[in-house]
Ligand binder design. Structure first.
Ligand code: GLN
Length: 276
């Protein structure tokens, strides 16, 4: 234990950082490469770097942005200002999609509003042979998405999902996964300090938070093959609304799965096998 580390913990705690000790240890290790519990203290150069990061974390910039990478499932993604941080809540979305793809031969998969690419990359890792395309509109996200997908076989496309479906042949996709922006206008006004540093474009789902679910349910059915799946992350209070939207647009087998925090998190909807 050393005095600099103790001061860092106290400073982050005073700034209201939720898990101050954990974050302090992460930053200390990031800068020095050493365990703060066993270390005598930073060198002067390390102390300068640590001070800069402490100031940013105290201003409640996400820890993920300061470290520049973050784990998702069993792999690590490049992250930073401008991209939504991959969240543990989202892992169950990826697992749901992987389960639905089991047994398929070279399935065609789209990850819409891909951000870091965590969902599409997670699917590609678990489903060898899958042809995965990550679609993302944001210019700011592009460097992270391309860095994360390079060398993985996953394709990245810069496009606006509100128009991109028009370019796709009908019945050509096996599964669409998406963690779209889904916060309501009220939620956008009451963001956690860390979330307020993340791009509004990745969070803002319109007045009632459902704009992207309306789009996906109404426009992306044609693109899927009969029996194909739409697998969507939702906010924990949106299950009934999104299931109702799915039913209204003719999707079947609607179901909801919880994340590991016990909150409703994933909606699965199937395109009917045959239209009646
Ligand atoms: N899970 C994020 C949050 O609550 C929202 C992500 C999203 O809108 N897709 O901060």
């Amino acid at each position: 234990m050393n005095a600099v580390f103790q001061t860092l913990c106290a400073r982050l705690k005073a700034a209201g950082v939720p898990d101050a000790r954990f974050d302090a240890a992460q930053l200390y290790r990031f800068v020095t490469g050493r365990d703060p519990r066993l270390d005598d203290g930073p060198t002067p150069a390390e102390a300068v770097r640590l001070e800069k990061l402490a100031a940013r974390r105290s201003a409640r910039e996400p820890l993920q942005y300061l470290l520049g990478e973050w784990d998702f499932l069993d792999f690590t993604l490049k992250v930073g200002p401008g991209v939504l941080c991959p969240r543990a809540d989202t892992e169950v979305v990826c697992e749901s999609a992987i389960a639905l793809l089991q047994g398929g031969q070279a399935p065609v998969v789209l990850d819409l509003c891909a951000g870091t690419g965590c969902l599409g990359l997670g699917i590609a890792r678990s489903c060898p042979g899958a042809q995965v395309t990550c679609v993302e509109k944001s210019e700011a996200v592009w460097p992270y998405l391309t860095a994360n997908t390079t060398g993985t076989g996953v394709r990245a496309v810069q496009a606006d999902v509100f128009r991109w479906y028009q370019t796709l042949p009908p019945d050509s996709v096996d599964l669409i996964v998406s963690n779209p922006p889904y916060l309501t206008a009220a939620e956008m006004k009451a963001l956690m300090p860390e979330t307020a540093h993340e791009p509004a474009m990745a969070l803002d789902g319109g007045a009632d938070g459902l704009d992207f679910y309306r789009l996906l349910c109404s426009r992306y059915g044609t693109v899927l093959r009969p029996g194909g799946w739409l697998v969507l992350e939702i906010g924990c209070a949106q299950a009934q609304e999104v299931l109702a939207l799915g039913a209204a647009y003719g999707w079947q087998k609607g179901s909801c799965r919880k994340d590991y925090g016990g909150n409703d998190r994933v909606i699965q909807l199937q395109k009917p096998l045959q239209t009646t």
